[in-house]
Write a protein that binds this ligand. Structure first.
Ligand code: G4P
Length: 280
């Protein structure tokens, strides 16, 4: 798959993140619960090597609950604190302050021993584009939180949001870029709509998705599109095109449109709660 990011953007985003990293105690890494591997850039392990960490499995409303539970267990086993959330409706969010404090308890204890009692924990959100960083910040910050302006001694222009007396969040998230070392990553991010459809072969992609669904979520295609799942992926797509009246001029079937419908409905959760990646 030919996916191009602009190195200029990436370099700038990375440099900004490195600068912001100096200001914070804990990195909150947002992953997409449907694709926790592909939505993770392992560079963060180096970038945040001296920071406390918290992983959030976001968009849990779209992911398969059983698989998400497996991911929670996976991170727990690796001694990484992980919380499942839905940044859009706020589900799972009320625990986060406690988790942040839990993750940073060593620092809080150290501060306390030194007689520093009022220094809040500073946190930053990081994640790949479209994973829900802005939504999360808005939802976490709510209206009740006050924006804290520029602080003396702290880089000019940085906005902090006071979540409560113990936690402050950097208003601007850190952008990580997906790591396309494995073809699978590109495909999985394309399934969930994190890569611009313009640069993708929609029909090819939707056939890959059909193959995945046939194996992993039997009946989900037959229930929604009244198709026989024993058929080849391209025949299923043809059937979707017929059933949904996707036609070109001259009554030829419009596969591209059918592919678009399938991808859109999958991404919006209309095919059910579906996870693409499972822990191995
Ligand atoms: P980013 O800053 O990381 O780039 O992501 P952003 O918050 O802009 O979110 C990208 C899309 O993901 C938005 O949808 C947002 O509403 C959606 N989103 C974020 N968190 C969740 C979640 O937990 N569940 C679900 N289902 N969706 C979530 P959009 O269609 O681009 O915008 P809009 O329709 O919300 O306006």
């Amino acid at each position: 798959m030919n996916i191009q990011w602009y190195p200029g953007h990436m370099t700038k985003a990375k440099r900004m993140m490195q600068e912001d990293m100096k200001l914070i105690d804990i990195v909150i890494e947002l992953l997409d619960a449907r694709v926790p591997i592909s939505s993770r850039n392992p560079d963060i392990d180096v970038l945040a090597s001296h920071k406390y960490r918290l992983v959030l499995l976001n968009k849990c409303d779209l992911a398969d609950d059983k698989v998400t539970a497996k991911w929670e267990a996976y991170f727990k086993e690796k001694q990484i604190m992980a919380v499942t959330v839905n940044a859009r409706d706020g589900k799972g969010m009320k625990n986060i302050i406690t988790k942040i404090q839990e993750a940073c308890k060593e620092k809080m204890e150290r501060d306390r021993k030194r007689g520093i009692l009022n220094r809040p924990i500073r946190a930053m959100i990081v994640g790949i584009p479209n994973v829900g960083k802005s939504t999360f910040i808005n939802s976490f910050a709510k209206k009740s939180c006050t924006k804290v302006g520029n602080k003396p001694g702290v880089t000019k222009g940085k906005q902090w949001i006071r979540i409560n007396k113990n936690v402050e969040l950097l208003d601007t998230p850190g952008i990580l870029w997906p790591k396309f070392e494995d073809d699978m990553v590109g495909e999985h991010l394309a399934f969930i709509g994190s890569i611009n459809d313009e640069i993708l072969q929609k029909t090819e992609l939707s056939c890959e998705l059909i193959e995945f669904l046939k194996i992993n979520y039997p009946k989900c295609l037959s229930d929604r599109y009244q198709v026989d799942e024993e058929m080849k992926a391209s025949d299923i797509l043809e059937r979707i095109a017929k059933n949904r009246g996707c036609l070109l001029k001259g009554n030829e079937l419009n596969y591209e449109k059918a592919a678009g419908i399938l991808l859109e409905e999958f991404r919006n959760g209309k095919l059910g709660k579906i996870s693409i990646e499972q822990p191995v």
